[in-house]
Design a protein around this ligand. Structure first.
Ligand code: 5GP
Length: 194
């Protein structure tokens, strides 16, 4: 998505440790106009799927998931990061290691909000090593629901998540795929993508 790539080039900053900061439009301040275009693009990419629910993970995925959901007219469910899980049987749970915080979280979704009848579009802001996404896919499977697709705003294509998850047959689209980035020069190179 050219609009997004242009914005990343203009306002993204490359930090040490393979971290791209996009706080001015995605992860801290949010450019709602840009989110709206992203939502439309996800609708275009997944319009042939009968989506009943959008699933994301708190916190950064929520904004983009909500705007996207307006185009599908379905609810958003966000997986919650819990300090300790209450094993009362009312939730689906998985573990996710945070790329940015290097911490392992228990992540939960209430059984009330995902059911075997659901056809789920998973949305997230970044895809790096794939841990967050694999956790979200696990939660959908635990519910007996179907993963219809995955929409990612920014994929760091030089990390393993995207290739590994595509190889499992998941219908994954990323709006901008970064081929390489350099924290010394600040250069960001994109892979040709949608
Ligand atoms: P993964 O689990 O694929 O390694 O990382 C995905 C999660 O880590 C995303 O939900 C995102 O919040 C965070 N993340 C990974 N890489 C970056 C990055 O370069 N910049 C930012 N801002 N967040 C990232």
């Amino acid at each position: 998505m050219q609009l997004l790539k242009d914005r990343i080039k203009k306002d993204g900053t490359v930090k040490a440790g393979n971290v791209l900061k996009v706080d001015s439009f995605l992860n801290h301040q949010i450019d709602v106009g840009l989110m709206n275009e992203i939502g439309k693009e996800f609708r275009r990419l997944f319009e042939d799927r009968n989506i009943t629910k959008i699933l994301t993970i708190e916190a950064s995925g929520i904004a983009v998931a909500c705007i996207t959901a307006q185009y599908f007219k379905v609810p958003v469910v966000f997986a919650k990061k819990a300090q300790s899980i209450n094993l009362d049987g009312d939730s689906y749970t998985t573990k996710i290691e945070s790329f940015t915080h290097k911490k392992i979280y228990d992540v939960i979704v209430s059984k009330k909000y995902l059911s075997p009848n659901d056809h789920v579009l998973i949305i997230d802001d970044f895809l790096a090593n794939g841990c967050a996404l694999i956790g979200l896919i696990d939660l959908v499977k635990a519910a007996g629901a179907t993963v219809e697709g995955v929409g990612i705003v920014i994929e760091k294509g030089f990390q393993k998540g995207g290739d590994e998850i595509r190889a499992t047959g998941v219908n994954l689209h990323s709006l901008a795929v970064i081929e390489s980035m350099n924290d010394v020069t600040g250069e960001i190179v994109f892979r040709d993508s949608e």
